[in-house]
Design a protein around this ligand. Sequence first.
Ligand code: COD
Length: 300
Amino acid sequence: MRKNLAEFVEEAKQGKKKRIAVAASEDKHVLEAVRDAIKEGIVEAILVGSKQETERLMKEIGFDYSAAELIPASDPVEAAAKAVSLIREKKAEVLMKGLVQTAALLKVVLDKEKGLRSGALLSHLGLFHSPYYHKLFAVTDAGMNVAPSFEDKISILTNAVEMFHKIGINLPKVAVVAAVETVNPKMDATVHAALLTQMNRRGQIKGCLIDGPLALDNAVSKEAAQHKGIESEVAGDADILLVPDIESGNLIYKALNFLGGAVAAGVILGAAAPIVLTSRADSEQSKHYSIALAVALSRD
Ligand code: COD
């Protein structure tokens, strides 16, 4: 059982190198993370973006120009389009967001003709390690689907469960989190959670163990769950926190990072290739771990 995201870096070092295309590479933290991943032998990189600004930053951080290919682009959206086409042409296996707005990059990714749709709903997943939890855990979707419908939540959950299978966790525990642990018909999140739980019990959603609604404390603390009299295999031991919407998810994500001493790796799942998508404020370390996670996910 992995406890730290650094384990993905060690695993990636043992495997085959992957090619990463960076969309709008003129971002210092992104370049630092790519530089380190190249040094570790995890990736080869194609940097797409402002040549002048990318080279200026490369010089500043000691990133050897000859260590990566640079494709110039006149603005971030053009950079995103060029980076996405590198994935379509199989010149790269992982896409990474640089200094481009998340929504702008995702619009290019979702383009019906030139994007990276696979037929599945695309969703964001943040995989965390925290000093206060005994294993890695995911928060989804804190970055892409704004107000997911019930059907969207099934797809978001499926993407997350498939990802856990890929990283070797065969029966991940999913806590569908809400404001309370009882069903309140006035709170959609609690109703959706109960439905998902029952669908799992009846075998309509397989490959995971779902329980909900659970308040966040019950999802991650056995003591809190016991205190409320909740008997659940998921409570206190969740691998995946399925959140109600982007607002609640993003608040958990940022609270973990800035107040909880946790570190996240962020990826978009469900596209034709894994996409490294961290927020601008995420550390270089978080971007580095995200690359290693995406490399693990891009393996056949
Ligand atoms: N998966 C697959 N297809 C999708 C998805 C998805 N998650 N979302 C939309 N589509 C398809 C729709 O079916 C439609 O065919 C087309 O894409 C356009 O759909 P719209 O009009 O609903 O979507 P857009 O282009 O207006 O917006 C899509 C975004 C992903 C850009 C939007 O949802 C968004 O801005 N999300 C939040 C991104 C963000 O700001 N994150 C920052 C938080 S850190």
